[in-house]
Design a protein around this ligand. Structure first.
Ligand SMILES: Cc1ncc(C[n+]2csc(CCOP(=O)(O)OP(=O)(O)O)c2C)c(N)n1
Length: 339
């Protein structure tokens, strides 16, 4: 993944194409008995087409599931193959061996779609394997063309109850793998509501204690932080499920500017939280970069919560009083969301 450029005309074209294929299957092929199941991608189109446009590195890869057709169409799957696969025809990716809509695309010009199966949760292990291999190419074999690769595992919220999900999360955070867990949360696994398989029903809140995990939970505001205030930011963000992305920078020299800019361009709002003083704190640097490089995407002023320009008090309650507290962060998030 090297840049974040959206071709909106193409986005519209692939979204409409995907929707049209669903309608052909729903209205024609299913009633005629030519497909056994119809795996609708309705509602999945926008996020997947945007994701496919973002993954542009030749070694980027994805492991997909049965709702991934918009993503695959954007990555080079032809509409004819898409329909033929659903009908279990020959010369289609699984040649009728598996649910038609789980495809794989060996790398030709675009990215690789790893071999998939209809099993819920089967995507995470191959994706983690690809990510680990990419680090090997990059760090051990010193093949510089593997720099900047990322692998995505697509699945639904139900899959976060599977062994594959947790095992991959464990190794991805242990080895710091370049891996994105792209979970499409429609609040149900078939007819089972999320709160019956996830404490509190918030699938993003569940894995937040994993180290080296940059948690992405929402799309209306980006909270940028590092160190202790990450935990406060996460605690505050849990009050706004699905609305707030919390980025843990982990280092500020270098800092992950690309991730910050990509996220702010997506959410349109930025809140920086740190323990350093407001004046000359590193938040000012981040704020300046967002203003310079993502200004036209902003829907609200960039905000920074930091300590006032005073020495940090030794007395604990006094220290707590000046640090950005969970409550102060929560209130600021609320104000920014309402802006
Ligand atoms: C290993 C396995 N167990 C059970 C199933 C049957 N099954 C198909 S879809 C599904 C629900 C998946 O829910 P979720 O991950 O939330 O995806 P959604 O379809 O809601 O996007 C289940 C249990 C399966 N395909 N694979």
């Amino acid at each position: 993944m090297s840049k974040f450029q959206i071709d909106w005309q193409e986005v519209a074209r692939f979204m409409l194409l995907s929707r049209e294929l669903d309608l052909v299957e729903e209205k024609l092929l299913a009633p005629q008995g030519k497909i056994i199941y119809q795996f609708s991608a309705k509602g999945h189109e926008l996020s997947q087409v945007l994701l496919a446009q973002t993954l542009d590195h030749p070694h980027d890869a994805a492991a997909v599931y049965y709702h991934s057709r918009p993503y695959l169409l954007t990555s080079g799957l032809s509409p004819a193959t898409a329909l033929a696969a659903g009908m279990a025809r020959a010369n289609t990716p699984s040649q009728g061996r598996d649910t038609g809509v789980v495809y794989n695309i060996p790398r030709q010009t675009g990215l690789t779609v790893l071999p998939a199966s209809g099993n819920v949760g089967a995507q995470f292990t191959p994706a983690a394997g690809w990510a680990q291999a990419s680090l090997y190419y990059r760090n051990v074999l010193s093949e510089s063309d593997w720099m900047g690769t990322i692998v995505v595992a697509h699945d639904g919220d139900g899959s976060t109850a599977t062994n594959g999900f947790w095992a991959a999360l464990n190794i991805a955070t242990t080895l710091n793998l370049p891996m994105l867990f792209f979970i499409e949360d429609n609040h149900y696994g078939l007819s089972v509501p999320t709160d019956l398989q996830t404490p509190g029903g918030n699938i993003a809140a569940n894995p937040t204690s994993f180290q080296n995990l940059r948690v992405i939970v929402g799309d209306e505001l980006t909270v940028i932080s590092w160190g202790e205030t990450v935990h406060r930011g996460l605690a505050a963000a849990l009050n706004f499920p699905g609305q707030v992305t919390v980025l843990d920078l982990r280092t500020i020299l270098p800092w992950d500017k690309e991730t910050v800019l990509a996220s702010v361009r997506r959410t349109g709002k930025a809140l920086i939280v740190h323990e350093d003083t407001l004046t000359a704190g590193f938040g000012a640097e981040i704020s300046a970069s967002i203003a310079a490089e993502a200004f036209t995407y902003l829907d609200a002023p960039i905000q920074c919560l930091a300590t006032p320009d005073i020495p940090i008090p030794y007395n604990v309650p006094m220290m707590e009083a000046i640090l950005p507290s969970v409550e102060k962060i929560r209130v600021t998030i609320e104000e920014l969301l309402e802006y």
